[in-house]
Design a protein around this ligand. Structure first.
Ligand SMILES: [Zn+2]
Ligand SMILES: [Zn+2]
Length: 343
């Protein structure tokens, strides 16, 4: 029995192109008590591998967090499978608005300590005492209320290319950092203001809202299903869209355009641009915003140094990397001195 992915990304890409089938990019999460995450993980892998599902899935004692690409014609089968798992029955599936058959190239199901690296000690507060979930219509109403403070619970590289009008967007690298910064900023208003928060798909707010209630905030609200679900509801119900720019997503597409506004700039020349790329020097892999002209001029690299390295024969690049640990850690996301126009 095969329990792990065997194809390389390249081989998979070729297969997907050849098949040319429609695929759905979707995500879901659920907090639940999972006694044996390892066993559950294998159960998922065996079933999904057989259905040709690809994606990145984290399983932990506290639940599951999944980002997937599912062949459109096998969606019913996929849905029936997850509905059979008692804590996933009718779980909300966030289905992407832009589809890319190559959003994921592997099936990776990993057992982790937590489904989101939130840096919180869950034993210190009641994670089930969450904020009030609101839909898009109610969310619009709340953010029009002058008594509301709207907070973006995502990291700097996400809110940089798109966010809700009027939101506080902390300049942070991690979820844990934003929790503290927001609390410090808003500590005078724990009782009198509405604290309204949002994130990509809702999962980060599940914890954040419980945490803030524990820290004494009285009126805590969270956008149900995050920006992804908001966009869907706005389109379906013809509501006013209050999100400007792009929604950063964690697959190969990197972002979904929600409004035509380009609110970010190329980190190299400063002109309006909201396209994230990774530096072509594999040893660097820095995530940053680069316009097409700069991409051409810099050979898709973040700096002259990287440009030089990326031009070397592959074997030489490998020799240079030897002994150095992976550098594409989270703290490198969008942070580097070489980026002149990154604020
Ligand atoms: Zn540029
Ligand atoms: Zn670089």
């Amino acid at each position: 029995m095969q329990l792990y992915n065997k194809l390389s990304a390249k081989e998979r890409e070729a297969l997907l192109e050849e098949a040319g089938e429609d695929r759905l990019t979707l995500s879901f999460y659920a907090y639940a008590k999972i006694g044996n995450p390892e066993l559950f993980r294998n159960h998922l892998f065996i079933a999904w591998d057989q259905m040709d599902v690809l994606g990145r899935i984290y399983v932990a004692h506290e639940g599951i967090n999944a980002q997937l690409s599912v062949p459109a014609k096998r969606f019913a089968e996929f849905k029936a499978f997850i509905d059979d798992i008692y804590f996933l029955e009718n779980v909300r599936l966030n289905i992407a608005i832009e589809h890319d058959i190559k959003s994921f190239l592997k099936l990776k199901v990993k057992v982790r300590k937590k489904i989101v690296a939130d840096g919180l000690n869950d034993d210190t507060f009641d994670v089930t005492n969450k904020g009030v979930h609101v839909d898009a219509a109610k969310f619009n109403e709340l953010i029009n209320d002058p008594n509301t403070i709207l907070v973006d619970m995502r990291n700097h590289y996400e809110s940089e290319i798109g966010h809700f009008q009027g939101a506080i967007t902390p300049d942070v690298d991690t979820f844990r950092d934003s929790l503290d910064i927001i609390e410090e900023d808003l500590k005078e208003h724990k009782e009198d203001k509405n604290l309204v928060m949002y994130c990509t798909g809702g999962i980060r707010c599940e914890k954040a809202s419980a945490y803030y209630k524990h820290r004494g905030f009285k009126n805590v609200f969270q956008l149900e299903g995050g920006i992804i679900e908001y966009t869907r509801q706005v389109e379906k119900q013809k509501l006013e869209n209050k999100f400007i720019g792009k929604n950063f997503v964690f697959d190969h597409r990197r972002a979904e355009r929600i409004s035509e506004d380009v609110i970010a700039q190329c980190h190299q020349c400063g002109k309006p641009c909201d396209t994230h790329v990774n530096c072509a020097n594999e040893a660097c892999h820095l995530l940053f915003i680069q316009c097409e002209e700069c991409a051409e001029k810099m050979n898709n690299c973040c700096s002259d140094d990287c440009k030089e390295i990326a031009a070397l024969p592959y074997e030489e690049q490998k020799a240079l990397r030897k002994g150095k640990g992976a550098s594409n850690k989270i703290f490198k996301k969008g942070r580097s001195e070489v980026l002149r126009f990154k604020h």
